[in-house]
Design a protein around this ligand. Structure first.
Ligand code: FE2
Ligand code: FE2
Length: 279
């Protein structure tokens, strides 16, 4: 089976790419399940019920998150009601929401998704190296295919997690830096790994935000208000091909599409669909 993980959706430009292009991507790459990081989907900060529901309608099966999950207050209610929105599993017990979910593909095959957050240069949450194996054990009897979204800042911590879980999960995919890395590989025991999947949003920006205020903060050391940028929207993601009997990854492919490339793909897919309807 093929699982697509869409990199962090930033603001309206990111949401528009998903709304207009995701179905075509799913058709073109024969995707069985879509995971997307949604922590920046509401104007760059957090996620709301309306926006989350729109992403689910657009074809996202499971939403993951990270340090920005609590930015919008109303998410507290939404995350309690919507099991397909995850927050990092290593928040202390009692925190609303869940860190894992077992999704179903359209043809009824189960895929586990686990979300965790790193601790280096981030909030000191519970130990993700101890929490993720517990989450794996909790869902292992329901599926062999398990994707871990490890939301972390530092390459070494992400790589360490991949080796820690090699042979226990299908893939460890890094999120949070908003910049796609080029180190995709399959580790010796069958776990696919990519340090960071990148961002779905405006790339003429500083990790999704307007250049001016973000640059000003570095130049002056003073706080400034960030707004999502708009220029050069691109969808970045990764496709993991998995053997559903063993749970091992058989291929990992990074993807990156500009707005016009996605529109072209959508047009091609519509043409092919219309042709097959006529045939
Ligand atoms: Fe993010
Ligand atoms: Fe983040």
């Amino acid at each position: 089976m093929n699982i697509l993980l869409v990199g962090d959706i930033v603001g309206r430009p990111g949401r528009e790419l998903v709304r207009t292009g995701l179905r075509a991507l799913v058709d073109h790459h024969e995707i069985d399940l879509v995971i997307a990081t949604a922590e920046n989907s509401a104007a760059g900060f957090g996620v709301t019920k309306d926006i989350g529901d729109t992403l689910l309608e657009a074809g996202v099966d499971v939403m993951t998150s990270g340090n920005h999950i609590w930015d919008k207050k109303e998410v507290l209610e939404y995350i309690r009601a919507q099991p397909r929105l995850l927050r990092p599993a290593n928040y202390p017990s009692g925190v609303p929401g869940r860190g894992s979910y077992v999704a179903q593909t359209r043809d009824g095959r189960a895929v586990g998704v686990i979300n965790a957050m790193g601790r280096v240069f981030m909030q000191p949450l519970d130990d993700p190296f101890a929490v993720v194996p517990r989450e794996i054990e909790a869902i292992r009897h329901r599926t062999r295919v398990i994707i871990v979204d490890f939301h972390a800042e530092v390459t070494s911590e992400k790589t360490a997690m991949a080796w820690h879980l090699d042979g226990r999960v299908t893939a460890v995919i890094g999120t949070h830096t908003h910049v796609q890395t080029a180190d995709e590989r399959i580790l010796p025991n069958g776990t696919a790994y990519l340090t960071d999947v990148g961002m779905t949003g405006p790339h003429d920006s500083i990790i999704g935000m307007e250049v001016g205020p973000s640059l000003a903060r570095f130049l002056s050391g003073m706080p400034s208000k960030f707004e999502p940028a708009t220029g050069n929207p691109r969808l970045h993601g990764v496709i993991i091909e998995a053997d559903d009997r063993t749970g091992r990854a058989t291929r990992i492919t990074r993807i990156g599409y500009s707005e016009s490339e996605l529109a072209q793909l959508a047009a091609q897919t519509n043409t092919a669909r219309n042709a097959s309807l006529r045939a």
